[in-house]
Write a protein that binds this ligand. Sequence first.
Ligand SMILES: [Zn+2]
Length: 168
Amino acid sequence: MVRIHWMFYRGVKMKKIESFTINHLNLYPGLYVSRRDEKQGTIVTTFDLRMATPNKEPVLDVPAIHTIEHLGATFLRNSNQSKEIIYFGPMGCRTGFYLVMFGLLESTDIYELIISLCDYIINFEGEIPGATPIECGNYSEQNLDMAKYYINKYKKQLVENKRFVYLE
Ligand SMILES: [Zn+2]
């Protein structure tokens, strides 16, 4: 059981956010539903694309994360599910990415999309989209070779282990 901590900000009790309540000691690479939110009938699903085992293996390096972000966002916004994509970006702890999408979705609904995203990055050659000083805030910080290394490893984990549900 994960302990709930309470914090105060200007006298107001703040709840620990959901992503801090999952047990990171029992979390392995996979494709998880992090949370779902609803407002005025619109449901949004946030996926946890966990690529490195938290606190047990090295985190992803920053330039490779940047490359995965540029290529991943480009792929998703050109995919057949592009209309559902809200946001794709890295976790601060550098063990994976969040993907935010419209709809009441399960991991299995986007499994093929994520496998295709992996293949896109693994096979990518040439100029990284958006990696110019006019388009990006730190355009030269990229590492395509390491991005391919991490994504190869992640795809293997997805195919072999199909971890879709957080463990207790
Ligand atoms: Zn950038």
